[in-house]
Design a protein around this ligand. Structure first.
Ligand SMILES: O=P(O)(O)OC[C@H]1O[C@H](OP(=O)(O)OP(=O)(O)O)[C@H](O)[C@@H]1O
Ligand SMILES: Nc1nc2[nH]cnc2c(=O)[nH]1
Ligand SMILES: [Mg+2]
Length: 165
């Protein structure tokens, strides 16, 4: 993500389900696939939804650690896929592509996989074969597993009592 104050794009469980199903609609004509490889952890939920829609029962994982909350570190593969070979016939899924760092690393392991994400930012977009929604590079996508509902002060209070009545 670009430096500076991020704008946020908040995704609910319902929207994620809807967007993951939209991804499945785009992928159905690209299959059938031998199996799905989810890039953990963010790719796990979209991969489950897509696998259900494509009636795909074989699920693999590849685990990449890149970010510590919103700070980016050195990417490392902490668990390679046990099966999937060079990715031929496999569908590789992540929740999003941002800088493309994770995608480059995993595409190096599975160069022949079809790579799909639900969301894409411009810098990583060229690395993705199929995606649903593009957001700007300075947007931080907030997923439902990273957020919770909480109390918000009334507008009048946060405006310093400026509201008339
Ligand atoms: O294109 P990039 O700049 O590499 O960013 C995209 C990656 O960042 C997030 O994963 P993260 O590393 O936060 O790990 P997580 O999926 O375990 O939450 C997201 O799920 C993508 O995998
Ligand atoms: N949750 C989340 N993780 C990310 N990792 C890289 N970019 C993002 C983003 O926009 N949102
Ligand atoms: Mg991830």
């Amino acid at each position: 993500m670009a430096s500076g104050a991020p704008r946020y794009y908040t995704v609910s469980w319902e929207q994620l389900h809807r967007d993951s199903k939209a991804l499945a609609w785009r992928l159905v004509e690209r299959g059938p696939f031998r199996g799905v490889v989810a890039i953990t952890r963010g790719g796990l939920i979209p991969a489950a939804v897509v696998a259900r829609e494509l009636e795909c029962r074989v699920i693999e994982t590849v685990s990449v650690v890149t970010y510590d909350e919103e700070r980016r570190g050195e990417p490392s593969v902490v668990k390679p896929p046990a099966a999937a070979g060079d990715g031929d016939g496999w569908l590789l899924i992540d929740d999003l592509v941002d800088t493309g760092t994770t995608a480059k690393l995993v595409r190096g392991i599975l160069p022949r996989a079809h790579f799909a994400t639900v969301y894409a930012k411009p810098a990583g977009r060229p690395l993705v074969d199929t995606f649903v929604t593009e957001v700007s590079q300075d947007t931080w996508i907030l997923f439902p597993w990273d957020t919770e509902a909480q109390f918000v002060a009334p507008i009048a209070r946060s405006a310093g009592g400026a509201a008339g009545g």
